[in-house]
Design a binder for this molecule. Structure first.
Ligand code: HEM
Length: 122
């Protein structure tokens, strides 16, 4: 804050911005037949709060993600390339709906892309 340049979290809209992005991501996932079956039986409120916290933690030093590592959370499901890309696409649509500038979108995507090897196994 103050005269410092805003961090990525702030450029994503801070807490209300990230809440809205994650909300729309979940709506998009719920309408996406490529991945919806993967979320059957999942505690969505827990998923929502975990994701909000995770995005905050990778985009600022303002939060600590309390959940398990991406590797542990996604282990044993054989998530595919196509499913990974579907989630990314749903996130992009969510950010677009919140009018997040393209370069800010790309900054978050490039950070999350590093989790690819922890989520998709082959
Ligand atoms: C950019 C890629 C991804 C990121 C950053 C990501 C991140 C996360 C985070 C932070 C959580 C919450 C963990 C917690 O706090 O408990 C989570 C849970 C989950 N993710 Fe992902 N994820 C990604 C890709 C995927 C993909 C490709 C799938 C499958 C289609 C998937 C399916 C799930 C499911 C089903 C849960 C809920 C697990 C449970 O609570 O049992 N994720 N993910």
């Amino acid at each position: 804050s103050g005269t410092q340049s805003p961090n990525l979290y702030q450029r994503l809209g801070g807490e209300p911005g990230v809440d809205a992005i994650v909300y729309h991501l979940i709506v998009n996932i719920s309408q996406d037949e490529r991945v919806i079956e993967r979320f059957r039986g999942v505690d969505i409120e827990r998923f929502r709060t975990g994701l909000v916290q995770y995005i905050c933690s990778v985009s600022s030093d303002e939060c600590q993600y309390q959940g398990d590592s991406m590797q542990v959370v996604h282990a044993g499901h054989d998530y595919t390339d196509t499913e990974f890309n579907a989630i990314v696409e749903n996130l992009m649509k969510a950010m677009e709906s919140q009018k997040v500038p393209t370069r800010v979108q790309n900054e978050l995507l490039s950070i999350l892309a590093k989790d690819y090897d922890s989520i998709v196994y082959r």
